[in-house]
Design a protein around this ligand. Structure first.
Ligand code: TXA
Ligand code: MG
Length: 336
């Protein structure tokens, strides 16, 4: 038996006992528990210190399994599932009545996704049930994209971490609400609004921008990651265009305050001079959105770990493939 096979077996046994296991996905690591076991769900909320009003995503091994959790599944939902699963897409569908209230936080809907990670897909098959899993960070903090990050975030609170290597997507899944004839993008992700529109051959309403809830008819639904100050490092984070970024750095240096920077440019020569480079920790970000996303949370963690006065991030471009990153950085920049 290989080590990985053993690890998957062990994780499945722990889940069957109602225990909590951190699981790798292609987006970020999740804090998983059996979606049918109330005690496991309660533990997830406790470990994360997450408000009970914030529902969880249930992870499934295959598309057909959604019928065990959702009813009145629209054709559109099957189309999206067919096109994007396994992958970084979560569908919010009308829930079956027997789905635990604690998983859905009392909402009439349930969030489902088939993740694209070989280790977790193998775990889901072995376990044979849905795994409810929020991102494996403390509430409001940066999602973990490696097993090591999970350890740093939650330490001994999580008994078992299934290590599946670094996450390839790096930011949380795109969430789409599909109930009756309503289709709404609730959270931006690496699957863009355009990609969803192309798949469905229709236009979606503009995604809620920095809003905390969405009104659909008489129904008011919560928008994920809504609490401002979400995905946030410990140190204050500021988003600036490049010129302002340079000015703010100089201002900080003049006041003897160390700064951490994430910029698309290399450290400029004039900032290498004298003592100033000792006061600056500069990371040059990748200019491709896909790679930027994969590396973003690890970069923010390493900048944060230096305990600078502030983290300055250069604003990414405003086009569709950067929208999800704009959203995460904007929320990271908001104070709690
Ligand atoms: O990529 C991801 O989605 C990761 C990995 C682990 O799968 N999970 C993740 O979970 O980001 P979490 O709990 O950190 O974010 C899920 C969001 C929450 O903000 C929650 O409000 C929203 O999904 N959500 C869950 N169920 C919902 C529902 N029934 N209606 C609306 N939003 C829902
Ligand atoms: Mg989260």
């Amino acid at each position: 038996m290989t080590k990985l096979f053993q690890a998957i077996q062990q994780a499945a046994s722990l889940l069957a006992e109602g225990k909590i296991v951190a699981i790798p996905t292609e987006t970020v690591y999740g804090l998983g528990g059996c979606a049918r076991t109330p005690a496991a769900i309660q533990k997830i909320y406790e470990i994360k210190d997450r408000p009970a009003t914030n529902p969880l995503i249930i992870h499934l091994s295959n598309m057909a399994a959604i019928e065990a959790w959702a009813v009145d599944i629209p054709e559109v939902a099957w189309k999206l599932a067919e096109r994007f699963w396994p992958g970084p897409l979560t569908l919010v569908l009308k829930r079956r009545p027997e789905v635990l209230e604690s998983v859905t936080a009392g909402q009439p809907t349930v969030a489902l996704r088939v993740p694209n990670h070989p280790v977790t897909l193998a775990l889901l098959k072995t376990f044979g049930e849905g795994i409810a899993a929020p991102s494996a960070n403390r509430h409001g903090r940066i999602s973990p994209t490696t097993a090591e990050h999970v350890r740093e975030e939650l330490g001994s609170k999580v008994g078992y971490i299934l290590d599946g290597g670094p996450c390839q997507v790096g930011i949380e899944s795109t969430i789409v609400y599909v109930v009756d004839s309503e289709i709404h993008l609730l959270r931006q992700g690496s699957i863009t609004q355009q990609a969803i529109e192309a798949c469905l051959e229709c236009r979606l309403p503009a995604a809620p921008h920095h809003a905390s809830s969405l009104k659909i008819g008489t129904l008011e639904i919560e928008v994920p990651g809504q609490s401002l100050s979400h995905y946030a490092p410990q140190r204050p984070l500021f988003l600036y265009g490049y010129q302002t970024l340079l000015e703010k750095i100089q201002q900080s240096l003049a006041e003897n305050r160390p700064v951490a920077v994430l910029s698309f440019a290399p450290l400029p020569d004039f900032l290498r001079a004298g003592q100033s480079h000792e006061m600056i920790h500069w990371i040059q970000a990748n200019t491709r959105a896909e790679i930027y996303a994969r590396e973003l949370y690890a970069h923010l963690r390493s900048l944060d770990a230096l305990n600078p006065n502030a983290i300055f991030v250069e604003t990414p471009p405003f086009n569709s493939e950067w929208l999800a990153l704009q959203d995460r950085l904007y929320r990271a920049s908001q104070k709690g």
